[in-house]
Write a protein that binds this ligand. Sequence first.
Ligand code: AMP
Ligand code: GLY
Length: 446
Amino acid sequence: MAEYVKSYQYKSMNTVLSILILGSGGREHAIAWKIRQSRQAVRIFVAPGNAGTADIATNVPVDVTDFEQLKRFCIEEEIQMLVVGPEVPLVEGVADFFQMDPLLADIDVIGPGSRGAMLEGSKAFAKDFMLRHQIPTAAFLRVNKLNLEEGFLFLQKLKAPYVLKADGLAAGKGVLIIHDPEEARHELKAMLEGKFGKASDEVVIEEFLPGIEMSAFVLTDGSDFVMLPSAKDYKRIGENDSGPNTGGMGAVSPVVFADKVFMEKVKDRIIKPTILGLQQEQIAYKGFIFFGLMNVGGDPYVIEYNARLGDPETECILTRIKTDFVDLLRACAKGSLGSYKSETDDRFAVTVMLVAEGYPGTYKRGDKISGLETVNDCVVFHAGTASDISTGSPKTNGGRVLAVTALGDTLEEARATALSNAAKISYQGKYYRRDIGLDLLHFKPF
Ligand code: AMP
Ligand code: GLY
């Protein structure tokens, strides 16, 4: 009966669909923005959200891992769809929690259960999964305190640089790339002794793959998938990819080196075997998969899986999706993605992330943001912002503050528009990279 009522409601365009998005970054603002453009009438809630989501949706002051509070809210507001932005609630089992509770089981959750989220939550699980399903990835060894000697021997067999990965979630900081063999041994030991807490109780040692990185995204209902636009992310804080890693300083879509031939290889060698592998292992998966890929001389290898969309890639790619996003999410929930055609804008999108001074180290919050009303021909997604209680105007509230995205017929044009708008916004200590996409302007194919 519940099924019947729900599908009936979906068919009626007069019915307002209530959606809750979990998260508070630029990715979640972009998801809310894209949902807001749907021809379907929607009520959008974001928990906990930011100053940007407050403009187009209703923010809900609930933590993404407080499942009991989320339950209360979903029942009260008759939520019909939950879209999970970040990895932590997925790995902690938010989708399972909803599925197992009779009061929540009718809510469509976009995001895998905790077993599917292990693709991101455990690097060791992901590597074994790829091995079982012959998905191209770097050679590796799983190491814990019991086989440390074996780990040292494996390091000896590899050539520098050495790649050490904490098995568990470490907020994007758990990967070390080390050039000196002695230092690699030392760091391996330090990781197993708790350098990243429990996340590095186990470490994956990997062969280093030389190449150029990109991110591919799909939405899957567990048997079929829709390919979303690909992107290249710029992870380092400094121009020319210098300095420490960040959550991402910008993104470009499409990726010039991810041409038709390369993307066919990605589909055949990586995406299809991944979805088939999940099916074979009876891991139900409705949600996004983010494939972190290395293009090694024209052949794709998986660097990592994520069980969610990327940030800032989402702020970039969603501006190129022409398809009604609510239709797409509903097709995913209903398991009908197989008959779904998604349309993409051919133009280039460039996202420039404005960050706080000091990021990715310590930084200040609470600085007034101005100039947002002066931008044009771009979309400004809020990442780390909050509304000032007394004035209601936005202030900085995180390391990554705003994501400025512009479209253009050429990469140059999209870059120029994003950068000129980035310059119009101000807050104390604003910093951004001016070279997002610059490397791809004169990219020579393999
Ligand atoms: P991950 O968190 O697994 O994405 O790793 C962080 C970054 O380390 C990646 O974005 C790559 O730039 C780099 N990396 C990870 N694994 C490898 C590898 N096997 N070879 C080369 N670079 C890698
Ligand atoms: N931009 C990389 C990530 O979202 O993990």
